[in-house]
Design a protein around this ligand. Sequence first.
Ligand code: CP
Length: 315
Amino acid sequence: MGDSRRHLLAVGDLAREDAERILDTARALERSLDREVKKLPTLRGRLVVNLFYESSTRTLSSFELAAKRLSADTMVLRAVGSSVDKGESLRDTALTLAAYDPDVIVIRHPHIGAPRLVAAATDARVVNAGDGKHQHPTQALLDLHTIRDALGRLEGVSVAIVGDVLHSRVARSLVEALVLVGAEPVLVAPPTLLPRGIEAIGAAVSHTVDVVADVDVVYVLRMQAERMEAAYVPSLREYTALYGITPDRVRPGQVVMHPGPMNRGVEIDARVADSGASLVTEQVRSGLVVRMAVLYDLLTAPGLHVAAVPELEVA
Ligand code: CP
């Protein structure tokens, strides 16, 4: 995984066997969620630092819980309220935290490349929890886990990724991850919300929502108002009319996913979000076990076979 298997900065750090090993580890770890005592001793004495320069509910809470469930010590540093407010640089912040000898630094940052800077400045293993519009690799892995759990396979599964692709690190990471495991992504968005040349990373492209009828998975993206410096659609009402995922656009047998947080009534109708087709809650649950698996993978012998995992002693 990653440079010398030390970091998870982008989906491109992963070979197919890496992704499959992490998903198999996550599946094995899933069994621990149903036990009365859920904690495993695997990472006892290790330190996982969560360094978040952007808001987060799912990613931060799941990394925190994942580390705790594996018995690691954890620290959270949110930029707001820290010395970042006084102008401390990312490098100095990373060097300060490195003084505590963390084994892993999980970082979310609005600027592309921030996780790589932390990886270069410290001896910790670094996990990218989202950098600008660039990458969110653990989101992609948890989405693969969710799809495999729901459909029983990944190879050949068709996935329509609908909405604000332009501003979405989730879309970029997910397309790469789907291609890696032999699934078939199609991006569905108005031309203004698609990065130029996006086809090069292996997805088909459609400007009309009709193609959604032909896929196994409808993956809805959040309209990212906070990353839009200009008007990319005439109005949200028009966007919803043309691309919003409403009950009439979901056929029986399809599953619907959304990375969260959802703008109900904009990119996804509440009736779809709350329907039996929705895997949104399953995605959150997958986030916990997949992030446990990523920490486990980074901090144990590279390539350690998943068969070792179920035998982990309960603390
Ligand atoms: N999907 C996702 O990254 O959610 P959060 O922003 O809540 O972490």
